[in-house]
Ligand binder design. Structure first.
Ligand code: UDP
Length: 309
């Protein structure tokens, strides 16, 4: 297939592109390089059937070739990155989604939207299943991201119903692995960099908040399982192994044999207290579940981070 991936130079999409290329697809990787990095895809774009297009999805997208499948992933995605680029993030999720859906309509392409566990906000139920509607602060410091993604889901559902498009939505939970940005403030990379440098590990709040971390290979396999399925629906993709941020810090200190001590800093506004995917639906209908253990995924990530320092 000829596939367009917006956000193609980003952390998750560069791994997605690797797997789709291995499967023999032709790729157009579109990215404005705001938070994506051309280094992530340099090895791919030297191939004949992989094209890189530097473009911002908030502007009209012109593609002359046929496109059979569109992945819309373009957006800043870490709290620091989207708060540093608030209007671009808002537009990538809203106007960018409309532009890519419009393209899907014209090209008669199937469509897969990258949504996020953030659409559940600070959840009042745990684990979160796809039919939970969420608890989001519409004016909060994360709203340029989570409300834009909620709009993106609404836009996708509306285009699907109105124009009879095949659309799929993946709600991606915290994912880690190689090619993450080291300076975008995410907890896994922050802690690994701090531990490797024997600097203080910065825990925000008392560290009792939880997250469930999925290794990027598992996340990408889930996304491809959804793409290849006949399901035109919403799916959580993540790892249900829920841990506290304190436990994550201890695990990373142990894996790196670090001398780092721990300091506590203020908890950011609207930082969710818990997050854990219910993946029953993906297991049943996509025949997918994560297989990489946290220690194994973290060890691989630690090796990659140390090669970058
Ligand atoms: N966090 C932390 N120290 C850091 C960075 C993040 O304690 O140096 C916490 C953050 O407050 C949140 C969790 O780790 O509770 C995950 O943060 P991240 O930014 O990775 O992603 P989120 O799941 O909040 O979008």
């Amino acid at each position: 297939m000829k596939i367009l991936i917006t956000g193609g130079a980003g952390f998750v999409c560069s791994h997605l592109a690797d797997k789709l290329y291995e499967k023999g697809h032709s790729l157009i990787l579109l990215d404005n390089l705001l938070t994506g990095n051309i280094k992530n895809i340099e090895h791919l774009i030297s191939n004949d059937n992989v094209e890189f297009l530097e473009h911002d999805v908030q502007n009209h997208i012109e593609i002359s070739d046929d496109v059979e499948f569109i992945f819309h992933f373009a957006s800043a995605a870490s709290p620091i990155a989207y708060q540093e680029n608030p209007v671009n993030t808002l537009k990538a999720g809203s106007i960018g989604t409309i532009n890519t859906l419009g393209l899907a309509k014209v090209k008669k392409a199937d469509y897969l939207l990258a949504s996020t566990s953030e659409i559940y906000g600070d959840p009042e139920v745990s684990p979160q299943s796809e039919n939970y509607w969420g608890n989001v602060n519409p004016n909060g410091e994360r709203s340029m991201y989570d409300e834009a993604k909620r709009f993106a889901e609404a836009a996708t559902a509306t285009y699907s119903r109105t124009y009879n498009l095949n659309t799929k939505v993946v709600r991606i939970f915290n994912t880690y692995g190689s090619r993450m940005q080291l300076n975008d403030g995410r907890v896994v990379t922050n802690f690994i960099v701090q531990a490797l440098k024997n600097e203080a590990i910065t825990i925000y709040g008392d560290g009792s908040q939880t997250r469930s971390f999925s290794f990027v290979d598992d996340t990408v396999n889930g996304i491809i399982a959804l793409m290849e399925s006949n399901q035109n629906d919403v799916f959580n993709i993540g790892n249900p192994n829920e841990i506290t941020i304190n436990e994550l810090a201890t695990t990373i200190i142990n894996l790196t044999n670090s001398n780092s001590n721990i300091i506590n800093k203020n908890l950011p506004q609207d930082d969710p207290k818990q997050r854990r995917p219910d993946i029953t639906k993906a297991k049943k209908l996509l025949n997918w579940e994560p297989v990489v253990k946290l220690e194994d995924g973290l060890s691989q990530t630690i090796d990659w981070v140390s090669s970058q320092l």
